[in-house]
Design a protein around this ligand. Structure first.
Ligand SMILES: Nc1ncnc2c1ncn2[C@@H]1O[C@H](COP(=O)(O)OP(=O)(O)OP(=O)(O)O)[C@@H](O)[C@H]1O
Ligand SMILES: [Mg+2]
Length: 286
């Protein structure tokens, strides 16, 4: 099924130019019906360009994971479109979406989602092998990814022999291995101490600087400070969008947009791109 292509909103000033890697167009997701109806997303439009890392923040239940699962083709929208590298994923069919996910989309799940019967290295190598990479090459790539995350010693351990933080880093390595153009990460630093969290953010940042597009859910302003833009969700809608200039503007943005006080440190070095200020909700919601 192919849907009509609508005009995309222009990128916010200061973001990289070129075609977006990911476009969400008027996306809604409703669960249940009648009195049990839950509007997890209420019309989200967002474009993420090559080189850009976008942080998604918002209270629990605001729709952050829903946004990411739809963007990654893991769930189907009630209405609206998800366009990845110019293709409306609804037109690809299940097999096509699965192939796109293996090849182009790295996904870090909130609960890691490692396969219990596979070791760390095997978990990382699996999507590459499924995509036709030789077992030997896939293992080599997996070991290199583990080394980058300082996890060489757990390469042959199974998930139940790892700490939560180690499982989380293995899940991140699995998302980054290969030539992924879009990296979607749901609280990738949740189980990590702040030093390891910064290492993970630096890796994500580098991957985006090399041309990938990244979307990361986080509750921590110090991690969001690594992003080029922060999108704030509340009750399934984008309520604000801030160009990152570092942790302090983010802390102000968090309390303004979500009605909460920002917590977390001010350690992020950020990826300020020279712009400052907060885009209006109307611009963010286009
Ligand atoms: N399968 C489902 N059935 C019914 N409601 C659901 C389902 N999945 C999510 N929801 C609801 O949709 C809303 C958004 O959920 P979502 O998991 O996207 O929130 P979140 O922002 O990721 O929260 P958290 O910060 O706690 O992870 C919530 O109200 C949630 O209860
Ligand atoms: Mg969530």
């Amino acid at each position: 099924m192919s849907s009509p292509v609508t005009t995309s909103p222009p990128p916010p000033s200061g973001t990289p130019v070129g075609a977006p890697v990911l476009e969400l167009r008027a996306l809604t997701r409703t669960h249940g019906s009648g009195i049990a109806e839950v509007h997890a997303l209420r019309g989200i439009s967002l474009a993420v360009y090559p080189g850009e890392l976008v942080a998604v923040m918002g209270p629990s239940g605001s729709g952050k994971s829903t946004l990411l699962t739809l963007a990654g083709g893991l769930d189907t929208a009630t209405s609206g479109q998800v366009v990845i590298e110019g293709q409306d994923i609804a037109s690809l069919g299940r097999k096509g979406i699965a192939a796109l996910r293996r090849r182009s989309v790295g996904y870090v799940f909130q609960d890691y989602n490692l396969i219990p019967a596979l070791t760390a290295a095997e978990n990382i190598a699996l999507p590459r092998e499924l995509d036709g990479v030789s077992v030997r090459k896939a293992r080599k790539e997996a070991l290199a990814a583990l080394a980058e995350l300082k996890l060489t010693e757990i390469a042959d351990r199974f998930p139940d022999e790892m700490s939560g933080g180690q499982q989380q880093r293995v899940a991140i390595a699995r998302a980054l291995v290969g030539d992924r153009r879009l990296v979607l990460a749901d609280e990738p630093t949740g189980a990590l101490d702040s030093e390891t969290g910064e290492t993970v953010l630096a890796l994500l940042r580098t991957r985006c600087d090399q041309g990938a597009a990244g979307v990361m859910v986080t509750h921590e302003p110090r991690y969001a400070a690594w992003a080029d833009r922060v999108v704030f969700l509340r009750d399934g809608s984008i309520v604000d969008q801030t160009v990152s200039t570092g942790a302090e503007s983010l802390l102000a943005g968090v309390s303004e947009a979500t009605g909460t006080n920002g917590t977390g440190g001010t350690g992020g070095t950020g990826a300020a791109n020279g712009n400052s200020g907060t885009a209006g909700a109307s611009e963010a919601a286009q």
